[in-house]
Design a protein around this ligand. Structure first.
Ligand code: DGT
Ligand code: CA
Ligand code: CA
Ligand code: ZN
Length: 580
């Protein structure tokens, strides 16, 4: 459990206590404890695990709090929190998190107006019932309404990978509907955005009624928001909405183009059409009133003299300029990927053994992988010290004699809080592949973090930087870091910057990957797999790379290991360097 996770639980307890009107000292103790844990530069779990140390030695952590934190870390649960949660209606919890409200005010609303949900709260604000309460004003109402919108939009978006599961189920479900000639997903999902707000399904059918009837039967629908002749919207129990549009064949391409977006791309397109005295909308491309294109997307773009843009590029970033120059990049594909250079085993926090990971990689057609378990500093993951690391490398040397793929001796070496790498140079010198990453001291200043990172990049044994910003999409902001400086240093020293393909990370993001390319650097797409199935995440990374406009040559691991090793200027060891 990370310090942030522990702190989040303590904050939640404080919120709930405050909601219940508990003793202010008690509330303050939890809030104080949360702050201490969050700002701690070492892992609180490590302190708990270390028998010679006591949590009560930390400032602001008393005996009661120390016990609670220990229980939480050792069992992953806090019974005291469960008790609080059992006493409070679940929907009230969403009220506590609204910016501008807070637990105290939420408690008043609950007591005085019996408000337990966001919908009730919105209605109460709009009716003026809230401002009539003591301690509330018209301004508070406004702030709460703004907060509701913010909270709603913050929770709405889901990871692309999650959306994909729903898309697959949806398409399977819809295939048995009567009279569907074509069916496609549009919107942000098709563009491969890292998160998806809602799904947009497009169907070509002459008769919309049977299509909509079938749509209404999709499993997990909570309510039907709207149903018209050609358009229908539903909301799933999970909160995700799906928009369905039924269009005729002669407009299918135009509609697919229009509803794929992005909006910015479409706006640009409309402007270009206007200049050519054409009109473009979801029904087609028109000269005067005559439709000149619409059945296929390619035809729609061609009517405007444009190439058939890959959906991932349709963000009105560089695609129109590329098209004008006749120089649309040929985007990297999953089948271009030859190796995966970041993964874990049971030696640290992975769930599968070295042999299992190797076999899984072979089954996926990879020709090389790097085993990169955590280094010693990452105590919670049971990180490797030099002795255990050398045992693993010895094991890899032996294994390499029996397997077809190249298994590289790697390490995910922690960049220490005070700067410097977590393992001695003479050990790192024996590695085929060294990725460095920051796990601790994420709250340091931008200059501190950037300095640590650049020092790691400059280290002669470093090959790549893993998840360079530390963000977790929708959950944890990137740490403060000067990415331009990091990119320029990586390019200067011929070091790779990772695009971590874990769908919750996708770190670096598309815009930063494009910046790496622009500076002449190489991105390495890695899964950071913690189990064999984690290797399947490569495609999320490839999708993100495509959004960045990366081609095969911009991605390090489309090369053979021999080519890449040469680029990196790394000596090949006899067993893992020389085969291919
Ligand atoms: P999302 O759902 O927030 O992840 O993002 P999108 O891009 O899927 O947005 P959505 O579902 O609101 O609309 C789907 C597409 O429909 C959008 O990408 C472009 C098109 N579209 C929607 N509204 C407009 C509009 O007002 N103007 C234009 N030109 N296109 C629009
Ligand atoms: Ca959408
Ligand atoms: Ca939509
Ligand atoms: Zn890792």
């Amino acid at each position: 459990m990370t310090n942030d996770q522990v702190a989040d639980v303590l904050d939640q307890v404080a919120d709930l206590l405050e909601f219940e009107g508990a003793n202010p000292f008690r509330i303050r103790a939890y809030r104080g404890g949360s702050r201490v844990v969050r700002e701690l530069t070492e892992s609180v779990a490590a302190i708990v695990a270390d028998g010679s140390r006591k949590l009560t030695d930390l400032p602001g952590i008393g005996k009661d709090l120390a016990e609670k934190i220990t229980t939480l870390i050792e069992t992953g649960r806090l019974p005291f929190l469960d008790e609080l949660l059992a006493r409070i209606p679940e929907s009230v919890l969403s009220l506590l998190r609204i910016p501008g409200l807070g637990p105290k005010k939420a408690a008043v609303l609950y007591r005085e107006l019996e408000i337990v949900s966001l919908e009730q709260l919105r209605a109460a604000c709009e009716s003026g019932a809230v401002r009539a309460l003591k301690g509330f004003a018209a301004k508070t109402e406004e702030a709460i309404l703004a907060g509701i919108d913010l909270a709603a939009s913050a929770n709405e978006r889901i990871y692309w990978s999650k959306a994909e599961d729903i898309v697959n189920a949806l398409l399977t479900h819809m295939r048995s509907a009567k009279g569907i000639s074509q069916m496609e997903i549009a919107g942000s999902f098709r563009r491969g955005r890292e998160t998806v707000g809602d799904l947009d399904l497009l169907v070509d059918a002459e008769n919309s009624a049977p299509v909509m009837d079938r749509f209404a039967e999709f499993e997990g629908i909570a309510d039907i928001i709207a149903r018209g002749d050609t358009k229908m919207s539903v909301r799933l129990k999970s909160g995700l909405s799906i928009d369905l549009r039924v269009v005729p064949a002669e407009s299918f391409g135009a509609a697919w183009q229009y509803f794929t977006g992005s909006k910015a791309h479409n706006v640009h397109l409309r402007g270009m059409a206007k200049k050519q005295k054409l009109k473009i909308n979801e029904y087609g491309v028109f000269r005067d009133e005559k439709q000149i294109a619409g059945t296929s997307e390619a035809e729609v773009y061609a009517a405007l003299g444009l190439p058939h843009f890959p959906p991932e590029l349709r963000e009105d970033r560089q695609e129109f300029q590329w098209a004008a120059e006749g120089d649309l990049p040929e985007l990297v594909q999953l089948s271009d990927i030859r190796g995966d250079l970041h993964m874990h085993t049971t030696a640290t926090d992975g769930k599968n053994s070295l042999e299992e990971m190797v076999e899984a990689a072979e089954n996926r057609g990879l020709s090389y992988i790097a085993i990169t378990d955590h280094s010693q500093r990452v105590t919670m993951a049971h990180g490797l010290d030099p002795e255990r690391l050398l045992v693993q490398w010895n094991h890899i040397d032996k294994l390499n004699k029996d397997v077809k793929i190249d298994v590289l001796k790697g390490i995910e070496c922690d960049i220490l809080e005070k700067g410097g790498l977590d393992l001695p140079d003479d050990i790192l010198a024996q590695a085929d592949y060294v990725i460095c990453s920051i796990h601790y001291g994420q709250n340091q200043s931008q200059s501190q973090i950037t300095e640590r990172m650049i020092e790691a990049i400059e280290h002669p044994h470093t090959t790549a930087i893993a998840h360079p910003t530390g963000r977790l999409i929708g959950r944890r902001k990137p740490y403060a870091i000067d990415l331009a400086a990091v990119i320029s240093s990586a390019v200067d020293h011929k070091k790779l910057l990772e695009l971590n393909a874990n769908p919750a990370r996708l770190d670096l993001d598309d815009i930063t990957c494009a910046a790496v390319k622009a500076e002449g650097g190489l991105v390495v797409i890695s899964t950071d797999a913690h189990k064999t199935t984690g290797l399947n995440s490569m495609r999320y990374g490839v999708l993100q790379a495509r959004r960045a406009g990366l081609t095969k040559s911009d991605v390090a691991n489309t090369r053979t290991w021999k080519q890449l090793r040469k680029y990196l200027g790394r000596a090949g060891t006899k067993k893992s360097g020389g085969k291919k």
